[in-house]
Ligand binder design. Structure first.
Ligand SMILES: [Zn+2]
Length: 860
């Protein structure tokens, strides 16, 4: 008789009795993938990684694979939940506990204590947000295996106390980078940079998307964090440790964001120190803190957690270069690091030597496990603290200023209001509408006014959004970043933060708002959904009119043109029935468009078309043929421009170096947009030999000549921010920059919101209010010539002659007061539009997008 190869039930029962924790064997990564995570010259794709997670989930009850939506390129965005079998069986209960403790409403101290006793700490770990920083995402594969299969006491404790969420923050990027790299291995291009952004739109800026949450991946993650899981700790892994350190872990340096609950900083100190200890015990040197990566700016996918009462643990492991082995010679270290002097936040200096992807993966893995270990040890405290922070937010918002903000429902741009409210709701903010009229600060507000009280669990986030930031000049507080005693060293120039200093959202959205002078006790209703405008057609007549105030008017016009309507733009103000309409108002005639098509365009874009007879002079608007220049430098600004055009359903083509150099552009395009890139990058691109030949080089001088010919033939060239210098120099325009040669100590505006005036009678500023705001970071202050005769440049936006700062910091702003911010420069039969500031700014500034939309749509 042939012996059965099956294990008899009796033997299995005996084995399980002898080893109560015995689990079926799970497949190690190398067996599934054919290589160890982090092996030289190997980068798993997202599909491989998720396929492995799914295999683990089939083999073990300690891991589940869930779905949080789709990505920009249409992949399912899956992630893993890892914990003990018992915790996973009670997952809904544990999610509910975390939610109730986080939101804190209606929870007594005693109930909160009981929930903190019972609950499990939810730790969010994401990797791969910046997809060319490859180690964090590759690490996730090993982390899943170790957590699922480990039988040591530490791993068991983690599974018992923690629910770990393992998230690939940028699935598209993980596969794009792997697929770019693998064919280059063994060629001269195995270190070549990816020539396009590593996700559908923003590339590296995906980490600056949290305040506005444009990217679908960001939206998925915000929904998961603030509507489903409410994690107690968030870990966001990167690879940018300052050379020669091997990893940055919290605490970060100053400045410290004053709106965030102080418990967050104490938790970051605690967790960061515990992580550093884990590295020390593992003999992994080069761990540094208090350097480079401050938590001041709240709009990273990392720091957004801080203002939601969840400590954000940023790690930055030393860079690797895809899967290529590297090595570092101490002689090349920055001088202060060469003699390996230790410090309190750099206890064990790294001594140099080889550094491979596998080393980076091992460091990220230690960091992840370090967080999980400390989270397991402090489970109850982390849960309790979450409650305390939510409770404090509710109490402080009711007892001290600021009490909250009032947002009128009647806004210049209804679309911007809807977008702002939608983002607040997505980010977990409690928004209400007043059921009846009320008074505050001498103003009467009607029913329907939006109320955003500060008294809510995420009070810190509400303050981030609505307050005007005042950047703390660190020169005034040397005790905070040097030492409390002794003689501090004064810095000559202001110490700049890692990112922007001002971000107040309503200012960037062009939305009117007011701070409450007291807690508003009007009866109110919680808002569950953002306002949706019911568009339509009102009145009758040969024409239909549509103002440009609503950003959706551009979408509607493009649709109407496509349906065969004829569209014009009034060149003067006019009256229709009781309404007054400014210059720039769209005047539409049905043409080939059917009444049904017109009604649908209005309804689906949410705009109101008003019928009547219009006698005002007007100029035609035609469907613009738009080209957006795409360099092979993976321009984030180009990605943001495409995102905005896609969101507004405005068609465009992408224009490469080859196409620009070839010329004849006027035959294919009416408008060409140069995203904000340095003239060097646009002219020269990547060096030949550094990237496969078809991606080397830029538009060159031939490209400048073809662009000039395009403009002279009647085209419009739109230059955003940095690319304005390309047109000024390349076309020899008579425009100067008032900031040329000015030293940073005389002018310092490192990412702030400034007062900006618009000229609503100028075709570029149609639809804008007379006064508003723009975001300034390394901008130009444009000086048109004193006397340019008939073809003089005209000013569409200017900095007023008064103190400019609205939010952030500004030194020396008098140098740009009165200067032009947006210029329209006639050249031949066409025009060059110069933006001194970035009109897109990571798509954060819908309040000024019309300047770009007008340049695209015309009138022609
Ligand atoms: Zn990064």
């Amino acid at each position: 008789m042939i012996a059965s190869r099956r294990i008899s039930p009796l033997v299995l029962a005996l084995a399980l009795t002898a080893f109560p924790h015995a689990q079926p064997r799970v497949t190690p990564p190398a067996e599934a993938l054919g290589f160890e995570p982090g092996a030289d010259y190997h980068l798993a794709t997202y599909e491989q990684a998720i396929g492995y997670f799914e295999r683990l989930a089939r083999e073990s009850p300690r891991i589940r694979v869930l779905d949080m939506g789709v990505t920009g390129m249409g992949r399912p965005m899956k992630y893993a939940v890892v914990s003990s079998e018992a915790n996973l069986a009670a997952l809904d209960r544990h999610k509910d506990i975390s939610r109730r403790l986080t939101l804190a409403r209606g929870l007594s101290q005693d109930d909160a204590r009981r929930l903190a006793d019972e609950g499990k700490v939810i730790v969010w770990i994401d990797g791969g947000l910046h997809a060319t920083e490859c180690a964090p995402a590759q690490q996730m594969i090993q982390l899943a295996y170790d957590l699922v299969s480990g039988e040591d006491a530490e791993t068991r404790r983690i599974r018992d106390e923690v629910i770990a969420l393992l998230i690939f923050a940028n699935p598209d990027g993980m596969t794009l980078v792997s697929e770019w790299y693998q064919p280059n291995i063994g060629t001269p291009f195995e270190a070549s940079p990816l020539p396009w952004t590593y996700n559908k739109y923003a590339g590296h800026d995906n980490n600056r998307d949290a305040l506005y949450a444009h990217l679908i991946e960001t939206r998925n993650m915000m929904r998961a964090q603030f509507h489903e899981w409410f994690p107690e700790v968030l870990v966001n892994h990167h690879q940018g440790a300052p050379q020669p350190s091997r990893i940055f872990v919290p605490p970060g340096p100053e400045p410290t964001n004053a709106d965030v609950h102080p418990i967050i900083w104490r938790e970051q100190n605690l967790i960061g120190s515990a992580m550093a200890m884990t590295f020390e015990l593992a003999g992994q040197t080069g761990v540094v803190s208090r350097l480079s990566y401050d938590s001041y700016y709240p709009g990273y996918c990392t720091t957004i957690a801080d203002s939601h009462n969840c400590p954000a643990i940023l790690t930055e492991t030393a860079a690797s270069q895809y899967g290529n082995p590297l090595s570092s010679d101490p002689a090349d270290f920055p001088e202060a690091y060469r003699d390996l002097t230790p410090g309190r936040f750099y206890t064990s200096p790294w001594k140099g030597g080889p550094w491979r992807l596998g080393d980076a993966v091992a460091y990220v893995l230690t960091a992840s496990k370090g967080v999980l270990q400390v989270a397991a040890r402090y489970r109850r405290e982390l849960l309790w603290n979450k409650y305390v922070m939510g409770r404090d937010g509710i109490a402080l918002g009711a007892s001290e200023k600021p009490f909250g903000w009032i947002v009128p429902a009647d806004q210049h741009d209804p679309w911007a209001l809807g977008d702002l409210i939608e983002r607040l709701l997505l980010l977990g903010v409690e928004v209400h509408r007043a059921d009846a009229a009320f008074d505050d600060g001498g103003t009467r507000y009607p029913a329907g006014t939006y109320l955003v009280p500060a008294s809510q669990p995420f009070r810190a986030y509400v303050r981030e959004v609505f307050e005007r930031q005042t950047y703390p000049d660190l020169r005034r507080y040397p005790h905070l970043w040097q030492n409390a005693g002794g003689r501090p060293v004064a810095a000559e120039e202001p110490l700049r933060p890692y990112d922007a200093t001002g971000w107040t959202l309503p200012l960037q959205f062009g939305v009117e708002y007011a701070e409450m002078s007291r807690p508003i006790d009007a009866t109110k209703t919680r808002v569950e959904r953002p306002p949706v405008a019911a568009g339509g057609v009102r009145g009758e007549g040969p024409q239909l009119v549509l103002g440009r105030e609503d950003t959706r008017s551009y979408t509607a016009v493009i649709r109407l043109l496509a349906a065969g309507a004829s569209v014009a733009s009034a060149t003067e103000p006019f009256a229709l029935d009781a309404g007054r309409y400014p210059a720039g108002t769209f005047v539409i005639e049905a043409g080939r468009a059917t009444p049904g098509e017109i009604a649908r365009a209005a309804a689906e874009t949410g705009v109101t078309l008003v019928g009547g007879r219009v006698d005002a002079a007007r100029r035609p608007v035609r469907t613009p043929r738009i080209g957006v220049y795409q360099s092979w430098m993976a321009s984030m600004d180009e990605g943001w421009i495409r995102l905005i055009l896609d969101r507004l359903a405005i068609p465009y083509s992408r224009l490469t170096n080859d196409e620009v150099r070839k010329g004849g552009l006027a035959a294919s395009f009416d408008v060409i947009v140069l995203p904000s890139e340095s003239p060097q990058a646009i002219l020269n691109g990547r060096r030949a030999g550094s990237i496969p030949p078809r991606y080397a080089g830029g538009i060159g001088q031939e490209g400048v000549a073809t662009l000039r010919a395009f403009v002279e033939a009647g085209g419009v060239l739109v230059c955003n921010h940095q690319s304005s210098r390309l047109a000024i120099d390349g076309f020899d325009l008579p425009i100067a920059d008032a900031l040329d040669g000015v030293a940073p100590r005389d002018f310092w505006i490192p990412g702030s919101i400034l007062r900006t005036d618009f000229e609503p009678s100028h075709p570029l500023a149609y639809g804008l209010p007379e006064a508003g705001a723009s975001f300034f970071s390394g901008g130009l202050a444009l000086l048109p010539p004193e006397d340019a005769g008939g073809a003089a440049p005209t000013v569409a936006a200017r900095y007023p002659d008064q103190p400019l700062l609205l939010s952030g910091t500004a030194e020396g702003d008098e140098r740009i007061r009165g200067r032009a911010a947006v210029l329209d420069v006639p050249v031949g039969k066409g025009r060059v539009v110069l933006f001194g500031f970035n009109v897109i700014n990571r798509a954060h500034t819908p309040g000024v997008w019309k300047l770009l939309l007008n340049a695209l749509v015309g009138p022609s």
